[in-house]
Design a protein around this ligand. Structure first.
Ligand code: HEM
Length: 407
């Protein structure tokens, strides 16, 4: 991508490597949110209803969070997400409340995704991951050399665009995600990076759609299925691809990095995950339970449409209503013996991927991609050789070495 094409260069959009700002440390670090979630869970057992701080209401019990996210006519997503999503991509389901347009676009998304051969995608990833690990040798970076390029390749294969500049490809997704979902302070630099990155994303998807239409070869990937099924016009196809793409890479990488970080610090846990993997038993549940100890995102946010109550707490129109999902996944009512990490809790109890009208549309991909990326490294016997480094709120580097290997 060159400035002469009107497209950004990587230096214009790259999220710089950085230490934590106090705000991101409190929101995304390992210990502060975990300690706060445990304390909140304990206090709420006594209080038995959501908390209010000014115009913010916070649901902490698992049942209250589920109720909040299922009552999508009272607690809206549009006021939280719509403006930023529209600015970078045009309308997308994750910024829409219940409406005929949402029903149509979500229907198109899920019917196209359902037609993609995810079994083949799984086998392809397994091979790519094993090959990459074998080529990396004794010492490497679990994020920069492994999880991030592999997740970016999956996105490229699924969504149908393969720009030559792979680093730019991954940075575009990161820059847009950083502003759309994580720019809590409204930082203008982060916003400007996202708006520039959005130009590249639109360009890649629009060009590929035009190319496929002209050639008549629509493809079998997610883009191909959206085009074939004809439920959306070409702009709708582009918006749907863009929205999925943005949420696909750093989410996966963050989850994998955190699971690895936790498992590498606990030899018994790592050995149990590997033993299960080697026995051919699914380790997805294990991964999700480890992720409770350091979740991808601690909260999901909505805005109250009208005056109402939530589990005994009064809510006023316009209140920010927070589902503290990290705390909810410590609720012994839904996660008995919540401190223990167990492989076979009911998958439906986890709140990692939201709940209600907007559950994560990447769940089918996550269910194989997260376990494979985690297992391939743990199976090799990796151990941490340095601390995790961050690019803003994103885990960016995690140096590891294979135990016993010469570096
Ligand atoms: C560990 C990885 C992931 C995590 C933790 C995650 C988390 C989430 C969460 C919490 C939501 C709901 C947000 C809300 O209700 O406000 C969501 C929605 C969504 N996610 Fe994911 N996600 C992950 C991976 C992915 C992947 C790989 C894709 C695409 C392939 C994806 C695409 C989406 C989309 C399109 C939505 C919106 C669905 C809708 O509005 O109906 N996500 N995700």
């Amino acid at each position: 991508m060159r400035a002469s094409d009107g497209l950004p260069t990587i230096s214009e959009i790259k999220t710089p490597e950085s230490g934590f700002s106090p705000l991101t440390w409190v929101l995304y670090g390992e210990w502060p949110p975990a300690a706060a979630a445990r304390l909140a869970q304990r206090l709420t057992r006594w209080r038995r209803k959501p908390w209010r701080f000014g115009s913010t209401v916070i649901a902490i019990r698992h049942a209250d969070i589920v109720e909040l996210l299922r009552r999508d006519l009272d607690f809206l997503i549009g006021p939280v997400n719509e403006e930023r999503i529209v600015a970078v991509n045009g309308p997308f389901v994750l910024g829409m409340d219940r409406s005929p347009v949402l029903a149509k676009e979500r229907g198109a998304l899920y019917s196209a995704l359902g037609a993609v051969d995810l079994g083949a995608a799984r086998r392809d990833l397994l091979e790519r991951a094993a090959t990459r690990r074998d080529k990396l040798g004794g010492s490497f970076d679990a994020i920069a050399d492994f999880a991030r390029p592999l997740a970016a390749e999956t996105a490229s294969r699924l969504f149908g665009i393969a720009p030559e500049d792979k680093a730019l490809f991954a940075e575009v997704a990161r820059a847009i995600f950083a502003h759309t979902f994580l720019n809590v302070s409204g930082d203008k630099t982060i916003e400007n990076r996202a708006l520039k990155a959005a130009v590249a994303m639109k360009h890649w998807f629009s060009n590929e759609i035009v190319r496929r239409r002209a050639s008549g070869e629509l493809g079998d990937d997610f883009m191909g299925q959206l085009l074939r099924q004809g439920q959306l016009d070409d702009d709708g196809v582009r918006r749907t691809l863009g929205g999925m793409f943005v949420g696909s890479i750093d989410t996966t990488v963050t989850a994998v990095a955190k699971i690895l970080h936790v498992a590498m610090a606990d030899a018994g846990l790592a050995a149990a995950i590997v033993a299960r993997w080697k026995s051919g038993t699914d380790i997805y549940g294990y991964c999700l339970d480890v992720l409770r100890r350091w979740p991808h995102n601690p909260v999901v946010v909505r805005s109250a449409a009208n005056d109402t109550t939530l589990a005994g707490q009064q809510v006023k129109a316009g209140d920010r209503v927070v589902a503290w999902t990290q705390a909810g996944m410590l609720d012994p009512g839904a996660f008995p013996d919540p401190k223990r990490t167990l492989p076979e809790r009911p998958l439906g109890s986890y709140l990692h991927f939201g709940e209600g009208l907007h559950p994560c549309a990447g769940r089918a991909v996550n269910s194989f991609q997260i376990p494979i990326l985690v297992a391939i490294l743990l199976e090799a016997g990796v151990e941490r050789t340095g601390s995790m480094k961050w690019a803003g709120p994103f885990p960016d580097r995690l140096p590891v070495r294979v135990k016993g290997a010469r570096s």
